[in-house]
Design a protein around this ligand. Sequence first.
Ligand SMILES: [Zn+2]
Length: 157
Amino acid sequence: MAEKVRYTESEKGAPKVIPDGHMYTFEKKVAAGKSWRCDQRGECRGRITVDSKDQVVKTQEHSHAPDWGRCKAQECVVAMKRAAETSRASTSAIILSNVARVSLETAMKLPKTEFMKKTARMVKRLHLPPELTSLDDLGVPNKFKKTLKGKRKILLR
Ligand SMILES: [Zn+2]
């Protein structure tokens, strides 16, 4: 039996499916299940149909190569957002714990640290009680900042 597809979500929280190193957004329901379209719209006509058991039952070819780094980076951002929803750790610590062990392939596709921080802060504001929104003001230990910066330098250059 084929492997089940993995689900993640877009920046705006819409569902995405990752079966093969490509990411797809939901297109429509079809007789065999759901039709998902490649998120590289305009340049690609890639599509898949996924049945109710999360199995790919039909594929239409892409005009480009798969990119697992991009897919895993997206999963990483979503994991970071989930952590930010419930964790009271600092923004930097949350990001660090979610990006520390990714592969080089994934690290290269991650958003810039500043963008990750902005996203994590936004998620926190939405999910934490108001009296806790000043968590950022508590400050982050310097060793965390250094590690995060150093890591990016090592990975990206
Ligand atoms: Zn495509």
